[in-house]
Design a protein around this ligand. Sequence first.
Ligand code: NAP
Length: 245
Amino acid sequence: MNDLVAIVTGGAVGIGRSISLELAKAKVKVVINYRSSAQSAEELVNEITSFGGEAIAIKADISNFTDAKNLVDKTIEHFGKLNILVNNAGITDDALILRMKEESFDSVITTNLKGVWNMCKHASRALLKAEYGRIINISSVSGIKGNIGQSNYSAAKAGVIGLTKSLAREFASKGVTVNAVSPGFIDTKMTSVLSDDIKNQVLNEIPLKKFGDTTDIAKAVLFLASNDAKYITGQTLSVDGGLSI
Ligand code: NAP
């Protein structure tokens, strides 16, 4: 994958960090987008540079239309092109719908769905122009099965799957593939806030009887970004230990 250029949104911590690392190890030049994790982004740039990879960090709030455009523009300014867009950035703000505030619905939809659309919209021209183009959107098992307390998050993540299928159709004639990866329960900051009771409940439901790690997701993203996945588009690959069966 020498010479390809990727943007990983929310690429400095958690699942995004593993995705940035896996792509960089495959010799992809990586733009690590962050919103608040400036130090982690810089450290990751240094780590990638230390093993001979190429990476830069760019701050942008992908839920903001103009910020998302700047992220793509700065990538093209620096590397001259864009081949792979990984829409990984996401947030949760859980509550039962009886208690959920309108702001919680709006902020999760604006980051997790509109943010993905913003990035796809601004990246599309460069991806369609490139000889090699890939979009990989990170959805969730909650977008497939639904989840109590996540009406906002599940709606956004289900929306990401619909968006993925539409863009797969729009971009297919230019050879650009668009797929989603749907993680189950992965050990990151996002899931660390859950109580032990909830974690044990989820663990019981996972056929493989363990949580995934960030590398499990990153390896799936790397595959979909690679030439080995050239005949796959519009699909959602569940990486969840069987949770969505
Ligand atoms: P995490 O550790 O909480 O990291 C979230 C990432 O999203 C951070 O890099 C954060 O950047 C970035 N982010 C949030 N809002 C942003 C914005 N407006 N603009 C730019 N970046 C933004 O979460 P994670 O577990 O790695 O999750 C990564 C993705 O996987 C998310 O889409 C999540 O929904 C999905 N997922 C996770 C799980 C799981 O079990 N962990 C399961 C299913 C799906 P900063 O730190 O710089 O603010």
